[in-house]
Design a protein around this ligand. Sequence first.
Ligand code: GAP
Length: 561
Amino acid sequence: MEMDQLVALCKRRGFLFQSSEIYGGLNGFWDYGPMGVELKRNIREAWWRDMVTSHNEQVAPPGAPSPYEMVGLDCAIIMHPQVWKVSGHYDLFSDMMQTCRQCKKLFRADHVGQMLKESEWVNSLGTALEAVPNPSQLAFRPESLLKWAKTKGRKLAPGLALVRNPEVTVSWMVERVRTPIGVGEFLQYVATEQLAATGFQTPCPACGGDLTEPREFNLMFESYSGAVRDESNKVFLRPETAQGIFVNFKNVLDSTRVRIPFGIAQVGKSFRNEITPRNFTFRSREFEQMEIEFFCHPSTSAEWYRYWRDRRYQWYVGLGLASDRLRLRDHEQAELSHYSCGTADIEYAFPFLASGEFGELEGVAHRGDFDLRSHAEGKLVRQGDALVVELDETGKPKYRGSGKDLSYFDDLTKERYLPHVIEPSAGADRAALAFLCEAYHEDMVPDEKGVPTSRVYLKLHPRLAPIKAAVFPLVKKDGMPESAREIYAQLKPHFNVFYDEKGAVGRRYRRQDEIGTPFCITVDGQTLSDGTVTIRDRDTLRQWRVHKDECLDELRGRLGG
Ligand code: GAP
């Protein structure tokens, strides 16, 4: 499937529209149309039901270390600004940043110099050019450069211009470079392929690719709370729903009878001023998250992490992402955030990605006690193996925590401790996009005259399908519309069903197939004599007859509910 085909279908059939389209659209924002809103609601409801309301806290689900409880929250989008300072979002999201155009890693601009000095490929290149006795100067030796580019460079710096295109890079360096030159300048030479077109490039410390110019990455949208627009009234639209859960940890404990282990779930909008929103809804500036913060004893947290990672992966499989396009990927040690003891991504091979590439649907992170500690003590930074409160120039905490005791007292074991957190964090929009991509199918089916014709259909899981069944009279006469309307009225209070009597029945089937309606119920001549109707299955096209009074039970049996 080409992505363009799905994008066109989404617009044509009312799944997704560009936000403010009549004014030319607004980059990074999307509106869900009449079909899209049902699909996304069904995803949210499936998640909430499967994770929260249908969870039985009295038995341990398969793979869980013990039974556990689940509750929900719905927090304000705008929170106290200190939340974002303490959580690290304020500092991290407002630095001058550079992105590698090749490996897409993000670097704080003021860290790049030091990181280059420590970089494995820079040191390897220095050794190859025998710069060891004088590390501030690198000699220009075309043969050594070419040899390094074709051997070690390929492994250590695949993004470097010198490695991507050794002959071109070396040939123009021969014309320009006098030896020896300073290391910084030398690294720019080897990172630049088309000097005239791009000017000098700064290499990426990780892969050697070229970095973008430093840009302020202020991912949090700002606003002002109250009449005065000054710094003291500045607030932020939340970039994740998770922090609302952490700051309410104590409230939930004090207002319910939950005991550890338990999880708090939240679904809601998040906002990030993404520098490059792209790939349809995949990277948007306004999106919806479905997050769980699961609190457990530190001694069992590794087991809970594995449980949630596998449970969340299986959730997507159960709803239809069962193909080889879905994968669970454990992060390498180097990829982990400074507080994380383990993270896995659930990823999908979206059609807009290059072959072999996957995009993140959900991250499942073992966050240790980082979040509760931060909100108690203040913003934390890593010092060696320990997390310590970050201090300012005067030696005071850079951002103070709440000062509240966020520890948990277990009245059975009499133990007081700071719980560990496992965070399965999913995106409703990315899930919707993956389900749509997976569902898109084309086949050839016979039309009314038996002639094979092409059909587009969405093979959505019935739980996710916007409309569960369509009811048609075969023709608009002989009492068929009256009978079909009766069936429609019976079903409507229970399922989102659709009535259609316009046009040839084959065309009506196709329209329902295109939006993923699993069943079509047709009243025909036989209905008037024996009271039966046909039910047609979207995927197999099989048709069978049931009595018109049994349509509700038939749908219940096939759809659940
Ligand atoms: N609390 C952890 C957290 O927010 P994240 O990996 O930044 O982690 C979690 O986001 C999920 O939210 C992602 O896996 C993705 O599904 C969704 N998400 C994040 N940024 C997004 C964006 N710009 N557009 C759409 N979905 C996004």
